[in-house]
Design a protein around this ligand. Structure first.
Ligand code: SAH
Ligand code: SF4
Ligand code: F3S
Length: 467
C-alpha cells in the first residue's frame, strides 16, 4: 500500500441509503490497495466518484445537477476522471455515457473492477461495467470507515432484493438477493469492535430474509435471528442495530432474539408504506394492515419499550382520500416515533409504472404528504413525552450540534439524547447503575456508555441529565 503525498487522490460523494454509504467504504478499501488516498477537496483529486441513488426522481435530478458542476473541473484539470457508480449508474448507463460528461460508469456489483476501469478510462474511451452478479457480496473486503465519530459502523450482510414491490427500482439496480457468509460478517464486526467501534448496524434491503447455507457442507444454515445472536455474542459492550425489516418476513425468532440480548438495540425500522389494504396490495407489499398491526403487537408484547420507525409513501397510484385517512389512522394506532415520508415518484420499468397510471395529482400528493408530516411531528413529540422520567443507557457519539458543552448519543430505542458533557464535581453515582462498562463519574469520552434520565424534550430530541 502506497501512502504519501504523491499518491493519486480520490474524491467521493455518496447519495442514497446506508447501503450506499457502506459501498463507498468498500470502494475506498479497493482503491486504497491500489495506492489511492481519499481527499475531501475535489480540486486535488485525480478521480471524482459519485455513488448514486435512483429511488426517487429527485434523487436522480440532484445527481445530474452535480455532474453539471463537475464540468469545469474535468475541463481545467486535464486527466481528472469523473465516474458515476451505484444505482443510477446501473439504471441510466447509456444516458450517462451519452451526456459525454462522465468517463466511467460502474454498477453496484462492479467495484472490484474499478482500478482497471480507472486505468483505462479517458474522455475518448469512457469505461462501463454494470453487470449485476448473482454472487458478489464483497465478502473479503474490510471497508475503510468514513463515519467521523469512530463509534458506529455499518456492515452489509446481504445485497440485492427479491421482493419487487411494484413502486421500487431497487431490485433492478441492485439485482437478486445474496446473503454474505456469516463468518466474514462476525469477523468484520469483531475487527470493528477491536478498533474501538461500539455499535454495528447490520444492513440489507430485507434483513429478515438473510439466509446462509454452506455450499460445500450443505449444513449449518444460518438465518437472520441466528446471525443476530452470533454478532450479539461478540461482546456485551458492542451494540447491534439492523435495517431494514420487511413486515411480511420478520419472524418471532428474530423478535425473541432481540428480547434476549440487552446489547441488541430495541428499535425496529418497520416500513409500512400505507395503511390501506387496497394500496398495500397494489404496492405488492404482501401483508395487510391487520398483519402489520399483529406484528407490532407481537414486538411490543416481547419488548414493550421497543421504538418503531417507518417509511410512508403518499399518493401512490389510485390512492383515494379514504386510503390516505387509513394511513393516518395506522400511524396514530402504532405511534411511530419517527418516519421517513415521501411522495410517490414513478420509476420507469417498475411494475407500477407498467400497470398503473400515476394518477394522483401532484398538489394532492403534496397536501397528503404535508398532513402525514404534521401528524408525525405530533406523534414524535408525544412519544418523546412518554419517555420523560425514564432512565436510559446511551452510547456517547459526540458533541451536541447546538451546544459544545453538551454531548449526544442514542438510547437503545434509537432516540437522540443530549446531556451535559461531564459529571458534577464530587458526583457519586447511584449504586444501582454500577454496571460494567457504564461511566459513572469524571470525564466522559466518545464511545462510553452513560445512564441518563430524560427531563424535557422536543419532537426530535430527549434532553437528559446524567444519573
Ligand atoms: N428495502 C426497504 C426500502 C428501501 S427504499 C424496505 O422494503 O422497506 C426506502 C424507501 O423509499 C421505501 O421504504 C419507500 O418508502 C421509499 N420509496 C421507494 N420507492 C419509492 C418511489 N418510487 N416513490 C417514493 N418513495 C419510494
Ligand atoms: Fe424495494 Fe420492496 Fe425490495 Fe424494499 S423490499 S428494496 S421496497 S422491492
Ligand atoms: Fe437508492 Fe440504491 Fe439505496 S436506489 S435507496 S442507493 S439501494
Amino acid at each position: 500500500m502506497v501512502n504519501n503525498n504523491n499518491s493519486p487522490k480520490v474524491y467521493i460523494e455518496t447519495y442514497g441509503c446506508q447501503m450506499n454509504v457502506n459501498d463507498t467504504e468498500v470502494i475506498l478499501s479497493i482503491l486504497r490497495k491500489e495506492g489511492y488516498e481519499r481527499t475531501e477537496n475535489m480540486e486535488e483529486a485525480s478521480i471524482i466518484l459519485v455513488n448514486t441513488c435512483s429511488v426517487r426522481d429527485n434523487a436522480e435530478q440532484r445527481i445530474w445537477g452535480r455532474i453539471e458542476q463537475f464540468k469545469p473541473i474535468r475541463k481545467n484539470n486535464k486527466g481528472t476522471i469523473v465516474g458515476i457508480v451505484g444505482c443510477m449508474a446501473e439504471r441510466l448507463k447509456d444516458k450517462l455515457l451519452e451526456s459525454h460528461e462522465v468517463d466511467l460508469v460502474a454498477g453496484p456489483d462492479s467495484y472490484r473492477k474499478l482500478p482497471t476501469l480507472i486505468k483505462e478510462a479517458s474522455s475518448e474511451h469512457p469505461q462501463i461495467d454494470i453487470i449485476l452478479s448473482k454472487e458478489e457480496t464483497y465478502d473479503d473486503i474490510m471497508p475503510v470507515r468514513i463515519d467521523k465519530n469512530g463509534v458506529s459502523a455499518f456492515i452489509s450482510i446481504m445485497r440485492g432484493c427479491n421482493n419487487v414491490c411494484s413502486y421500487c427500482i431497487v431490485p433492478y439496480t441492485r439485482g437478486v438477493e445474496r446473503s454474505r457468509n456469516p463468518r466474514t460478517i462476525v469477523g468484520e464486526a469483531r475487527e470493528a469492535f477491536r478498533q474501538g467501534y461500539r455499535e454495528i448496524t447490520l444492513l440489507g434491503q430485507n434483513v429478515d430474509s438473510y439466509f446462509w447455507r454452506d455450499k460445500e457442507t450443505a449444513d449449518d444454515d444460518v438465518n437472520f435471528a441466528q446471525l443476530l445472536e452470533m454478532v450479539a455474542q461478540i461482546d456485551p459492550m458492542l451494540r447491534i442495530r439492523f435495517s431494514t425489516s420487511h413486515p411480511k418476513d420478520i419472524s418471532d425468532e428474530v423478535i425473541y432474539t432481540m428480547g434476549m440480548y440487552e446489547n441488541i438495540c430495541k428499535h425496529i425500522h418497520f416500513p409500512v408504506q400505507s395503511g390501506s389494504d387496497r394500496i398495500l396490495s397494489k404496492m405488492r407489499r404482501r401483508y395487510t394492515r391487520e398483519w402489520y398491526l399483529e406484528r407490532v403487537a407481537k414486538i411490543h408484547s416481547v419488548m414493550p419499550e421497543c421504538g418503531l420507525t417507518t417509511d410512508i409513501i403518499s399518493g401512490f397510484c389510485s390512492e383515494t382520500e379514504e386510503d390516505h385517512k387509513q394511513t393516518l389512522s395506522l400511524m396514530e394506532q402504532v405511534g411511530f416515533y419517527y418516519a421517513y415520508m415521501f411522495q410517490y415518484s414513478e420509476r420507469p420499468g417498475t411494475l407500477a409504472a407498467k400497470m398503473y397510471p400515476d394518477d394522483v395529482p401532484p398538489e394532492v400528493k403534496t397536501r397528503r404528504l404535508n398532513e402525514i408530516i404534521a401528524l408525525q411531528n405530533k406523534l414524535s413529540l408525544k412519544s418523546n413525552e412518554n419517555d420523560l422520567g425514564k432512565i436510559m443507557k446511551v452510547l456517547v457519539e459526540g458533541t451536541s450540534k447546538r451546544n459544545a458543552e453538551e454531548l449526544c448519543g442514542r438510547a437503545s430505542n434509537n432516540k437522540m439524547c443530549v446531556f451535559p458533557d461531564r459529571f458534577p464535581e464530587g458526583f457519586t453515582s447511584y449504586s444501582e447503575f454500577e454496571i460494567p462498562g457504564i461511566v459513572t463519574s469524571g470525564k466522559i469520552n466518545i464511545g462510553d456508555y452513560v445512564m441518563v434520565k430524560a427531563v424535557s424534550c422536543t419532537s426530535a430530541t430527549l434532553i437528559c441529565e446524567l444519573v
